[in-house]
Design a binder for this molecule. Sequence first.
Ligand SMILES: [Zn+2]
Length: 319
Amino acid sequence: MTSTLEHTASCALCRRHLLVGEPARLYQDPSSKRFLKVCPLCYERAERRGWQADGTPIVAVHANPPRDHLLRERENLIDRLRGQLQSVEFDLDQVRTALAKAEQQSGELRALKRENKELAGELRRRDRDLRQMHDAKRRAEETASQAEAAHRAEITRHHDVAAQLDQRVAQVGQLESRLALLEQELERERRRYSDLSEARRLEGDSRHIRRLALEAFNRSEHVDRIVAISRSIGDPVVHVAVDGGDLPRAVRITVAWDISWYEYLVRLDLYEQTVSVDEDARGGDPRGLPPDRLHPNAVLRSDRVVLTMQAYGVGAASA
Ligand SMILES: [Zn+2]
């Protein structure tokens, strides 16, 4: 303040001492808020700098030393008041700045509150999502544990089935070996039956049976007697016939001369492969025998009895 007073007599721009009666003007610098005296030659310069003129020009400015004491005191008072105004304006400016800053902070605070509210909403949403995810996880775990239990049951069933299968395989093996045994047995039976049926077929073949019977007879001791009698009284009439249909098959051999006859029974079982030759009866006059037994169908040749067809090489057309 005092420095302002000390410079009251000079121009703030050109530093020249103001002359008596020269109309100096007060300007305020907006950047510093200071009031400055400017001589009439420097008005334009001050305005170019952006200083603002304050009221009308002051004419009662004195150079050194002022003669009018009262005038000087008044001037000093004005200067003090201006200085105070300047200070108040400066304070006001600071208050304005502070207010602006406060308003700005208030706006920021509102924005922060809004943001905070949004964040709280977001937080609630996240919390809800988290709870849903938690529920979903619990459900998934329950499902998984159920699936695992089902899987264990399935494995148990599988083992049971496998055990049953093993058992079945063993049973099938036993059945197969038994079947093989049965098949062997059947095959034996089949062979036996085949042999039997062949034997029975041959037994049914009268000519075959008679030939076999004669072979047996020719090997027996009975043929020797026939041969011996023939040497003394000549060849006999010989009749060979299958006797009945019973088993074992019986073949009757009738050997007759004019004065005597013999009958033999040959019993054959082709399947059992047994044969027996027995004298059945004998007599003197053969006319007592049934006539068909005296029908010749075999002859004695070279110590053997043979069927007539054999003897003459005739085929098997008739007996
Ligand atoms: Zn000046």
